[in-house]
Ligand binder design. Structure first.
Ligand SMILES: Cc1ncc(COP(=O)(O)O)c(C=O)c1O
Length: 442
């Protein structure tokens, strides 16, 4: 597969042009790759207009994914999520819905909250532990004053939990809801055989971080439109993406997305299959060693570290001593992410390091369990737009959260803007070591 963006920039770096254009480094600098960091000079296309070499490269991505459109984003799934909400709202308005409300499963990433704020959308929540059934969604819809226009779900989530998208898509169709999927962790799912990508399985649109699971620079992402997206809404997609990002897209990221097409076209499916086989073997070996392994999407290893008496933080530290850096540890789990760019030598090193960890002989303290969602007092928009102040955790009881409060990672808010900070939230803040929170000024 050709790589028009990479080719253009390579040619430009060799061309001997003196750069009287942005960026200010003029192609020279301490990093060594500044020459490749260009802007929209003649011939470089334009990501917002879908012109020239960028359009050609996006067309390559679209043909690889096989959906209606695969659009490049340089500011992550964060940008895609906001644009996805905007487009679904546009579709809803056209269809006669007021476009004011979305139903969302609560394990959202905070980018969704920012998207609701920027699009002036209010949210009704479904508890993340609930079964997503026709009845649960219908009941949630019936409880709202204005009918939701979309169901927003995260699949896979940070722990690799994958939802039954085909089933959920059918329910959404019956209830006239657009199914929007935060697929930040699942761009690669399209290349499993058969595809497990949410858009292949019936989603209306999805936000995919290319940089999380594919060999793409941080920030590279795709907004995926399914064939269900009407033509006039699809025509607004580029404009919608431009609403939520800088007007100076990174050409380093665009080149990386361009190069990824060639990578995907060159036997990626096979590489994926082999890696997943290796990972399945590793998971089985760890289970035999007494580790509990959680069900997850195939490119992730989620070790229930408490099964041997460790918190995820402790187990991560033990592996760090063996020069192994994991994605994320929490009170009960350790999460590791893999791609075919991890070598077999690295997989063996990991297996040896984990199997060498003895049981701690202690019981690790789990995170306090909170069943009920906090009380909503203001809409996301009202809370974020109000005057706010930062208060210490001990003084936050009863105050209204202004800016989403989330441990990092996974940036899944424990309190969303507009919610009252209750005892449960304070205890979670203490557990996560979060010392302060932005609240609405009284
Ligand atoms: C589930 C989920 N959604 C969205 C995002 C935002 O993605 P990005 O970093 O590509 O903007 C993240 C980031 O970690 C995430 O974990």
């Amino acid at each position: 597969m050709n790589t028009p963006v990479i080719d253009f920039v390579k040619e430009y770096t060799k061309s001997g042009f003196s750069r009287f254009h942005m960026p200010g480094h003029k192609g020279k600098g301490v990093l060594g790759f500044e020459g490749f960091d260009i802007t929209e000079i003649k011939g470089a296309g334009n990501v917002f207009c879908g012109e020239g070499i960028i359009a050609e490269s996006e067309q390559n991505a679209t043909s690889l994914f096989g959906f209606k459109s695969t659009l490049y984003c340089t500011e992550g799934s964060t940008q895609c999520i906001k644009a996805m909400l905007y487009l679904a709202r546009q579709a809803a308005l056209k269809a006669g819905n007021c476009g004011k409300r979305v139903l969302a499963v609560r394990n959202i990433h905070k980018a969704f909250v920012f998207g609701c704020f920027q699009n002036d959308i209010d949210v009704s929540w479904l508890n993340a532990d609930c079964n997503i059934t026709y009845d649960s969604i219908k009941n949630a819809c019936d409880l709202t004053c204005d009918k939701p226009f979309a169901l927003y779900v995260t699949s896979p989530d940070y722990y690799g939990k994958v939802l039954n998208i085909p089933e959920i898509a059918k329910i959404c169709e019956k209830l006239n809801l657009y199914l929007l999927v935060d697929n930040a962790h699942g761009a690669y799912l399209r290349f499993l055989s058969p595809s497990k990508h949410p858009v292949s399985l019936g989603a209306f649109m999805s936000a995919d971080s290319a940089h999380k699971t594919l060999p793409v620079l941080t920030g590279g992402a795709y907004l995926q439109l399914s064939d269900k997206v009407p033509e006039d809404i699809a025509n607004k997609a580029k404009a919608s993406l431009s609403l939520f990002c800088s007007t100076s897209p990174s050409y380093l990221i665009l080149q990386s997305l361009d190069g990824c097409n060639a990578y995907l076209a060159d036997g990626y499916g096979k590489k994926l299959e082999l890696l997943i086989q290796e990972l399945d073997n590793l998971k089985e070996k760890l289970k035999r060693e007494g580790w509990e392994i959680s069900r997850s999407d195939p490119l992730r290893l989620v070790i229930k570290s408490v099964s041997k008496g460790y918190t995820g933080y402790e187990l991560a530290e033990l592996l760090e001593k063996q020069r192994i850096q994991c994605e994320f540890g929490d009170f009960e789990n350790l999460v590791l992410m893999f791609t075919p760019e991890n070598t077999y030598v690295e997989l063996n090193k990991l297996e040896k390091a984990i199997t060498a960890v003895p049981p701690s002989g202690r019981t690790a303290n789990p995170l306090p369990k909170v069943k009920n969602l906090p009380k909503r007092v203001l809409s996301v928009r009202q809370a974020i737009s109000s005057e706010s102040e930062c208060v210490e955790a001990e003084k936050a009881l009863g105050r209204i959260c202004a800016i989403p409060l989330s441990p990092f990672p996974p940036e899944v808010p424990i309190a969303v803007s507009g919610e009252e900070i209750d005892k449960n939230i304070i205890s979670l803040m203490k557990a996560y070591g979060i010392k302060s929170v932005w609240v609405v000024k009284e």
